[in-house]
Design a protein around this ligand. Sequence first.
Ligand code: Z5A
Length: 211
Amino acid sequence: MVKGYFITFEGGEGCGKSTQIKLFADYLRGKGISCLLTREPGGSQGAEEIRALLLKGEANKWDKVTEILLFSAARRDHLVKKIWPTLENGTTVISDRFADSTMAYQGYGYGIDEESIKMVSNTYQMIASNFEPDLTFILDINPEIGIARSIARSGNDEQRFEHMDLTFHHNLRNGFLEIAKQNPKRYAIIDANASIEQVHQDIITQFEERL
Ligand code: Z5A
């Protein structure tokens, strides 16, 4: 049995991941490629329980090490219970965020923090060894535009990170771009300031060129 692809979507607030993932999944299914949509933090029952701990409440409710460990624990459960078995079945998995979000948010969000970057990297090795996505789309957006989109949509209580200041969101954007620079083969940077249709077309072009 041929394994499915593991494809992840990353980016800052309101960059349009959820919107684009649905369009991309429709495109893949139209090509006869079966795919499963999932998300982080969450995606499996245990990880969804951890998600509530992470995303609800005060912005500073966890210290950074605890936060990295909670995201990693959720990711391990997601990998073991959902991602790996689904890929083994030959189904493609598309995840709304994955490990690069931990590196960007917990490693770069508050300014480059070498200690945290090292810890994120070591913790990932511990839970996933050398496993990584086949392709990662970074939806790159001007933070002012992304935050305006998020506010316009609003309406849920999972807003811990949306309360961070603008500097945090700029650091985040630079973090994602820095991560992408380290492995251009795996990362496709997409201009997410463009229209929904244009972003979708760019994603498909990159997918067809790369996989
Ligand atoms: N987090 C972390 O810190 N560390 C980690 O390891 C992980 C996560 C895994 C939850 O993520 C939070 O957890 C997240 C990072 C942190 N921070 N926050 N907040 P999430 O993915 O659940 O939440 P999110 O990042 O805020 O995603 P979102 O709010 O669901 O946004 P989105 O998926 O990127 O965008 P969207 O829902 O597709 O679009 C937002 C709105 O814009 C919506 O009304 C669309 O109709 C509109 N939209 C979309 N595209 C366009 C274009 N092109 N033009 C105009 N309008 C558009």
